[in-house]
Design a protein around this ligand. Structure first.
Ligand code: MN3
Length: 202
């Protein structure tokens, strides 16, 4: 993600209603226009007083040594840069169910079979991670430095950046991602999200 301060809210790459019935229009408005934007605004607000950080990308900020900064600002940068990074990947990584992108193909399909035994085994393991993550966070399928696939739970707005990795797919399991439609039924939300998640082509 190459962009730098001042960060701006990237528009959704599809209409707000495009993911119905799996993600409802109202949730998309709140999630993208309010929650995502709040991370961007808070990140810009704390970065404003640190001009030396203004040319850094999100990935650079998330792996930077910020130990000279006051703890409160360091925490605000990490939490909000993580929130921007995760949400940018999340919204880019969704597409209408009618598009033919919601199963792994090619190299990624082969790697899933190699590292998890089968697509069904992978999906079971990923679902368990997403369902069992306590509190707020993300479930992430990452490609590690050794070229193996791994499933990571990420707490709050942690990212895969410190793992020298990027999530190939990631599920937002914060309640704000599903509560309007699914209430407390995280499992039903997770089951439905597979219909709109995009598997990248490696
Ligand atoms: Mn979210």
């Amino acid at each position: 993600m190459a962009y730098t301060y001042p960060f701006v809210l990237p528009p959704l790459p599809y209409p707000y209603e495009a993911l119905n019935p799996y993600i409802d229009t109202e949730t998309m408005h709140y999630h993208h226009d309010k929650h995502f934007k709040t991370y961007i605004d808070k990140l810009n607000a704390v970065l404003e007083k640190y001009p030396t950080l203004h040319n850094m990308t999100l990935t650079q900020l998330l792996s930077a040594n910020l130990e000279n900064l006051p703890a409160e600002d360091r925490t605000a940068i990490m939490n909000n840069a993580g929130g921007v990074y995760n949400h940018a990947l999340f919204f880019e990584g969704l597409a209408p169910a009618s598009e033919n992108k919601h199963m792994p193909v090619g190299k990624l399909a082969t790697m899933i079979d190699r590292d998890f035994g089968s697509f069904e085994n992978f999906k079971d393991a990923f679902n368990r991670t997403a369902l069992n993550l306590f509190g707020s966070g993300w479930a992430c399928l990452a490609l590690n430095e050794n070229g193996r696939l791994e499933i990571h739970p990420l707490k709050n707005q942690e990212t895969a950046v410190p793992l020298n990795s990027e999530c190939l797919i990631q599920f937002d399991v914060w309640e704000h991602a599903y509560y309007l439609k699914y209430k407390n039924d995280r499992k039903n939300y997770i089951d439905n999200l597979w219909n709109v998640i995009v598997f990248p082509e490696l």
